[in-house]
Write a protein that binds this ligand. Sequence first.
Ligand SMILES: Cc1ncc(COP(=O)(O)O)c(C=O)c1O
Length: 387
Amino acid sequence: MKLVYLDNNATTPLHPEVLEEMLPFFKEDFGNPSSLHQFGRKIRVKVDEAREKVAKMIGADPLEIVFTGGGSESDNFAIKGVASANKDKGRHIITSEIEHHAVLNTCKYLEKNGYQVTYIPVDEYGVVNPEDVAGAISEDTILITIHHSNNEIGTIQPIKEIAKIAQERGIIFHTDAVQSLGKVPLNVEDIGVNLLSISAHKLNGPKGVGACYIRKGTKRLHPLINGGNQEMKRRAGTENVAGIIGFSKACELASTFMEEERGRLISLRDKLQNALTEKISHVKLNGHPTKRLPTTLNMSFEYVEGETLMINLDLEGIAVSTGSACSSGSLEPSHVLVAMGIPHEIVHGSLRFSLGRENTEEDIDRILEVLPPVVEKVRAMSPLWED
Ligand SMILES: Cc1ncc(COP(=O)(O)O)c(C=O)c1O
């Protein structure tokens, strides 16, 4: 049975060229980039080159890139770093109700430690209204953190408008762009952002490495990890050299193929969406119909449990998810879909299909062959289903 992987928003397979690029750093190129001898100097040059490539990918200066241990660390660093450095200035933070838990739980942690957080609601498509953000600003606001795109539904936020509001009021603006990198154009100058989080494993790079972009002049930010002078004293610890090299190669590859891939993935995604809507009754798209990541399709199937569908698909070798990877396995309904005002029973029938570089038309055809009879079988067992 050919396995079909449609959970690329959870993580992506490592690109073979990325692995190739990383291998020497597990073998002969083992030096510590902080060492002054030739073993170290050679690696320092490589890490600096990698920094240039990652910076180029988002239109930043290499000195504005701090490598981290992934998206969650970048989010924690940006949010806690600003909160800690600005606590005498103010203690109010604005975010949205549908952020990733890396942002939401960091905000909740700060709430327990003397900060106030406003969670901006979203509309039925999962879009934050910039006017709501403007309306929530107070004298005490030190940070606005709104994600670039959502991992569960793929909705892309009006990030430039929100950044402009923050800029006009002199408030630091952070965006979690973990799901957007390599999928849609991302340029820090164009957005007008102070801080931005990215992660390598969402674009066919290695796990456990990411970066935080810090705009030049954003001084008010405390480090999350104290220690040595690495990463311009912003993030201590010997660098994950192989990971950083892999991350930079993944960026290079993604920027080369992004335009071509974008068109291809949108057509696969839309084929899946249209055919599922045609073949199965009582289905609904969750997320914005157009302002959406090319990779993401989230649909609700009424009168069935998403978990039951997922398990049935898994038995057929098809991997999808029911919401974010972090919350699957729990019976908590997705906070994203709930915030969009979707009734609980429909939230529970949701599935996320997330596409990536490896997916083909054949994969889509395979789901279209398997899913409709599975839905029919499961519905036939439901006491609520009468058709
Ligand atoms: C929007 C978003 N932010 C943050 C993260 C966390 O990134 P990482 O897995 O690199 O810690 C994820 C991962 O799913 C994500 O989708």
